[in-house]
Design a protein around this ligand. Structure first.
Ligand code: IMP
Ligand code: MG
Length: 212
């Protein structure tokens, strides 16, 4: 397939003249949003077409990288990666097993509660296996870093990470995904599986939340 990416490539989202970060963006990072949720609108940041084109090229690179694998265990981090993983695995030209891991997020809570707990563990054994961890967004990097620590204790053969979105300006912990779909500015985003207060996961594109 030769789907164009509408001129939007890695890092291209930053060129869309998006508004600077607001205090509301920071508030919206909380796991439990305020009960009196403020009205907001969603500005399209990455089109469905651009996502599809990028997923296709990521899958090509991943398939080449793991070409010699006996079987690749694709580990989706719930819930934000569910649409991304569904699209990505269908483009992988490899023998694949799909598994899911759900960990607690910490939102903007205090340092002491900044541990990541497993809410839903993998079903399969990963010792000696090739793993691809699929994440929706790498923000501070804390979730991914903890997940990699947890998975590392189970002695997989190889572990690589593919993240749909990366917000490098927010990083607090040094962690790197080998494959990144799009680098984005510090905006709170929704759609293509990603939520704000459990809403907007079903948007076909990625959009930035803007409070009215
Ligand atoms: P980190 O641990 O700070 O890297 O955050 C990782 C998780 O926070 C992501 O997997 C998302 O679930 C969530 N998150 C970070 N930024 C956003 C956003 O802009 N919209 C929705 N969820 C986000
Ligand atoms: Mg997540």
């Amino acid at each position: 397939m030769s789907r164009s990416c509408d001129g939007l490539c890695i890092g291209g989202a930053a060129r869309y003249g998006l508004l600077a970060v607001t205090i509301e963006t920071i508030v919206s990072h909380m796991t439990t949003p305020p009960t009196s949720a403020k009205p907001y609108t969603i500005d399209e940041m990455i089109s469905a077409k651009a996502i599809a084109a990028r997923v296709e090229s990521l899958a090509r690179e991943i398939s080449e990288h793991f070409a010699d694998t006996e079987k690749l265990v694709v580990v989706g981090l719930l819930r934000g990666s569910f649409i991304f993983i569904a699209d990505l695995v269908r483009e992988l030209d490899l023998p694949v097993e799909v598994d899911f891991l759900e960990v607690s997020s910490y939102g903007n809570s205090t340092e002491s509660s900044r541990e990541v707990r497993i809410l839903k563990d993998l079903r399969g054994e990963i010792e000696g296996r090739d793993l691809l961890v699929v994440e929706d967004i790498v923000d501070t990097g804390r979730t991914l870093s903890h997940v990699l620590d947890i998975l590392g204790t189970r002695h997989p053969k190889r572990v690589e990470v593919c993240a749909l979105l990366d917000k490098p300006s927010r990083r607090e912990v040094e962690v790197k995904a080998r494959w990144i779909g799009f680098e984005i500015p510090d905006r709170f985003v929704v759609g293509y599986g990603i939520d704000y207060a459990q809403r907007n996961r079903n948007l076909p594109h990625i959009g930035a939340v803007r409070f009215l």
